[in-house]
Design a protein around this ligand. Structure first.
Ligand SMILES: O=C(O)c1ccccc1NCC(=O)[C@H](O)[C@H](O)COP(=O)(O)O
Length: 251
């Protein structure tokens, strides 16, 4: 969607890079996906907070870069009890890569989300994952892209930030919705965003709280507000990855 004037400069730049990125050769992919809703439910049944831990080398709001091998990080996250993983594939602002995702997915058994800023169908064919992020704000034909992702076997996680975007996502057929606590216009994080939007989400939708979750208190707060899963990057990447993950999964 062409609203770059309402976006933080870093986000507008991310979007320009996404639009300029070349299309993959070949495709369409056909993916045999591991179920994200089932993995989140299993974690809950086991008495854990269902955490989707994110391999996020850097970001526009992070100082420095975590140079560690993504597979080592991913294995530590699983050791800490992560129900699923998220891997950044955006190269220019997050130092992610499709190769990181391919290697991580090969190394672990849990579902893996491709975290990127996809703006057109052909970009789905870059790399296999179990889940793909589609950001409602950046996609004009949301129903079309959800359908294209599902046709390939991906589970689309549709990201929203407010009630209007949620309504668009649900109308477009989203079955997994993420409410991003990070405002892409200001890059500020506010956990109240999730608490405001969550009551509007239909019961049959798998609901993920995204961004800004740093402490066990934050994790409990998001679960109390209705989250079926928590997407956590920075708070896990900063320091001892296994311990950081464990602290949240045992919150
Ligand atoms: O994380 C950023 O700085 C960022 C900046 C601009 C657009 C998106 C950004 N993050 C993407 C994400 O959605 C997060 O990586 C993910 O939700 C985890 O957030 P956090 O736990 O706060 O690292």
């Amino acid at each position: 969607m062409n609203d770059s004037e309402e976006l933080a400069p870093a986000v507008a730049s991310i979007l320009r890079s996404a639009e300029a990125r070349g299309d993959p050769d070949g495709g369409p992919l056909s993916v045999d996906a591991r179920s994200l809703p089932a993995a989140l439910s299993r974690a809950e049944e086991d008495g854990c907070v269902p955490v989707i831990a994110e391999v996020k080398p850097t970001s526009p709001t992070t100082d420095g870069t975590r140079e560690a091998d993504p597979v080592e990080l991913a294995e530590k996250m699983v050791e800490g009890g992560a129900a699923a993983l998220s891997v950044l594939t955006e190269p220019d602002h997050f130092e992610g890569s499709p190769e990181n995702l391919r290697r991580v997915r090969e190394a672990v058994d849990v579902p893996v989300l491709r975290k990127d800023f996809l703006v057109r169908e052909s970009q789905l064919d870059t790399v296999e994952s179990d889940v793909v992020l589609l950001i409602a704000r950046f996609v004009d034909d949301l129903a079309g892209l959800i359908g294209a992702a599902e046709d390939r076997g991906f589970q689309p996680l549709v990201e929203v930030h407010d009630a209007a975007e949620l309504a668009r996502a649900v109308d477009a057929g989203a079955e997994i919705v993420g409410v991003n606590n990070r405002d892409l216009a200001k890059l500020e994080v506010d956990l109240e965003t999730f608490e405001t939007v969550a009551p509007e989400v239909p019961d049959d939708v798998t609901l993920v709280a995204e961004s800004g979750i740093g402490t066990p208190d934050d994790a409990r707060r998001m679960v109390r507000a209705g989250a079926d899963g928590l997407l956590v990057g920075s708070a896990i990447m900063d320091g001892d990855v296994t311990e950081n993950t464990r602290r949240l999964t045992r919150a």
